[in-house]
Structure formats: C-alpha cells, structure tokens
Design a protein around this ligand. Structure first.
Ligand code: MN
Length: 255
C-alpha cells in the first residue's frame, strides 16, 4: 500500500530569507510509515485546497511566536520574532484542512499555540515573566534531546490511552504557552506548574498537539507512538485516497 503523504508546514529563516526543515519532523513521520512532504510557504486558498487533496494529513511544525494580534493582545516587548506568512498560511490551512475537511493534524510547539489561537484561545507571550511562580525550565539549553521536565497525562485522554503511562519526561524549548484554552480543545497533559502541554480536538478525526518536541525524542518509544498515532490516522484517510470506489466523503470530490 502506498504511504500516506503528510504535508509539513515549512520553517522560515528570516536571516537567510529561506525555507528549511528539521530532519526530525520528517524522520518521525517516515519511521511511522508516512511520506513527509515539505509544503510551500503560502496562504493562497486555491493552492492550499489542492495541497489538502494531495496530503492525507498535516504537521504544524515549530517556529516563530504567533502574532499576538491574532488573539486580540498588544505585542509585548518580550514577545519574540513573528512570521506573518506562517500565521497567514496556518490560519488558512487549518481552516481548509481541519475545519472544513476533517483531515488529521499534529501540532508541535508553535503548533499547539497556533491551534489554540485559531480556535479562540490566548497565549502567554513570555512564560518567565507571566508565570513567575514556575520553577520549571521551559526553554532549555542544548542538548535538546534531554528531558527537562515532566508532564502529567490526563487519565482517560487519548494520549493516556495511547501511551498507558501517567507521566512523561519531555524536552522543552518554548517561552510562550497556552494561557486561556480554547473551548474546542481538551487538555491531555500538563506540566507541574499547570501549563497545558498537550491537547486534542474532540470533534475531529485526529487533531492533537504537544508543546514539547517529540521529533527530537523520536527514537524514544512514547514519542514515536505519538507520530505513529498521527500517521495511522492519516493512513485510514489515505486508504480512501487510493481506492476510488470507496464512498465519497466531504472534501473528497475534487481529489
Ligand atoms: Mn515545557
């Protein structure tokens, strides 16, 4: 059977004026049986609709801070660099692929933040100043494949079902995080300071997001399983993709 094609939102390097990709994102998908494909950086609706037909699912990668105006906040001096094109692309892609067509999506780091914002939630623009009671390291120094804090996994959540463990040691490379959670997202894991570090959408086939970086930890079994669950969800979609006699579903007509 052909592997499900999974589109990755490209990373943007402002200094080099270039698009790029960290191999871990691709390896995580490939190890789980998917075919990773880096997308162009575009918010063109027609192009994104075509890409949504081409791809069985989408990985929303890490990256710059989300523009605070998207959740109605002024830009704090402590907010990091933003990438307007990624904000625009992800808003359009999420709308078409996830909200209209119910495609599987996995969000990592920035991914969990943009999902929350696009669904009406808000972010802390700078955790060290806005979560001063926290003693946790959320922005670690290299090496990034070393866990620096634990997350408690919500009993009964899909992540708990998948991993069968109550806690997970994770890496952490973020200075922003979920402040007010979207009512459309349900927590799956929290850090010891209360910060939400994993979520899912209850009314979608597979929309999960994590604040840590499983793509760097992926040889580790539990983080590999997260990619596995995502690619499996894309595979069930993909099985329709390659069998044109299957009943049509919404969003399937133009593929
Ligand atoms: Mn963290």
């Amino acid at each position: 059977m052909e592997k499900p094609v999974i589109g990755l939102v490209p990373l943007w390097d402002e200094k080099k004026d270039s698009l790029w990709m960290l191999p871990g994102y691709m390896e995580g998908i490939a190890r789980a049986g998917g075919l990773p494909l880096m997308l162009p950086l575009s918010a063109d609706k027609t192009l994104l609709e075509q890409l949504t037909g081409l791809c069985a699912g989408f990985l929303f990668t890490g990256g710059q801070d989300v523009y605070p105006g998207l959740y109605g906040a002024d830009v704090s001096p402590l907010c990091g660099p933003i990438c307007e094109m990624r904000d625009l692309m992800e808003k359009a892609l999420f709308s078409i692929a996830v909200l209209e067509q119910n495609k599987p999506a996995l969000g990592i780091c920035r991914g969990i933040q943009i999902f929350n914002v696009l669904l009406g939630g808000t972010l802390y623009q700078d955790l060290p100043s806005q979560l001063p009671h926290s003693v946790l390291t959320h922005q670690q120094k290299p090496p990034y494949d070393q866990p620096v804090h634990q997350v408690a996994i919500e009993p009964g959540s899909p992540l708990h079902e998948l991993l069968g463990v109550d806690t997970l040691a994770v890496n952490s490379s973020h200075h922003q995080g979920i402040a007010e959670l979207s009512p459309k997202l349900t927590p799956m894991a929290r850090a010891g300071d209360g910060l939400i570090e994993a979520v899912y959408m209850q009314d979608r086939a597979f929309v999960w997001a994590v604040q840590w970086h499983p793509e760097i930890l992926v040889p580790e079994e539990n983080n590999g399983k997260i990619f596995g669950a995502f690619v499996d969800a894309c595979g069930s979609e993909g099985s329709i993709r390659f069998h044109p006699t299957s009943p049509a579903k919404q969003g399937w007509i133009n593929v």
